[in-house]
Design a protein around this ligand. Structure first.
Ligand code: ADP
Ligand code: 5GP
Length: 201
């Protein structure tokens, strides 16, 4: 069976990464989202176990102390972390797993995974457009939008630590670009240790 591959996606909040990744998940059955743990309160119609596992600060700190996270970080004033077992199980089952994480978490994984994952940064064409998308989405209060825009300026400075940059503008190109990167990266030779893993010899 083909092994699953790990894709790390970062983008300032509102750049459209959930929209793009959902399109990919709908098209390719082998693609799934990693469901992170967070101390942030659910937003809108979010459900526990669907968008996130919603836990309190003490539970989060307990998991961190138990080394249950592949990475974790404080983002916009809340904790977010990726479950180690969830990722390991998915990859074993041949699932391609997409991690929607902030640049602090992505940088932790860059060191840990050393070429075994693909790092993609998604940006909006301007801060003004980012603001307008967050306002139109209508899930964040004004002060939260201001904080997310402030953080966006810092996050985008990490762009060149990633393998790929996709600008999500008004065209349909961004999805095509994400799909192209996904398919090409599945063909990386470094996912195999020997020819016997892909050929009957
Ligand atoms: P993120 O997951 O990066 O926070 P979302 O996918 O939730 O962002 O997108 C933020 C908002 O912008 C949503 O309301 C979404 O419908 C809208 N959006 C996404 N992509 C585009 C685009 N290319 N052009 C205009 N609006 C977009
Ligand atoms: P949101 O609150 O909008 O769902 O997410 C806020 C930010 O947290 C986004 O930048 C998202 O990528 C990041 N994030 C979500 N889950 C994780 C995680 O498990 N680890 C890290 N480091 N960041 C995460």
């Amino acid at each position: 069976m083909e092994k699953g591959r790990l894709y790390i996606i970062s983008a300032p909040s509102g750049a459209g990464k959930s929209t793009l990744c959902s399109m990919l998940i709908n098209k390719y059955p082998a693609v799934r989202y990693s469901i992170s743990y967070t101390t942030r309160a659910p937003r809108g119609n979010e459900q526990n176990g669907k968008e996130y596992f919603f836990i309190n600060k003490a539970q989060f700190e307990n998991m961190a102390a138990n080394n249950d996270f592949l990475e974790w970080a404080e983002v916009h004033g809340n904790y977010y972390g990726t479950s180690k077992t969830q990722i390991e199980d998915a990859l074993k089952q041949g699932i391609d797993i997409f991690l929607d994480i902030d640049p602090q978490g992505a940088m932790q994984l860059k060191e840990k995974l050393n070429g075994k994952a693909t790092f993609i940064f998604i940006a909006a064409p301007s801060l003004q457009e980012l603001k307008s998308r967050l306002e139109k989405r209508g899930t964040d209060k004004a002060e939260n939008i201001a904080l997310r825009l402030e953080n966006a300026k810092k996050e985008v400075e990490y762009f060149n630590k990633y393998d790929y940059l996709i600008i999500n503008d008004a065209s349909d190109d961004a999805f095509k670009k994400l799909e192209t990167v996904y398919l090409a990266e599945k063909l990386r030779t470094n996912q195999y240790n020997s020819a016997s893993e892909f050929m009957n010899i």
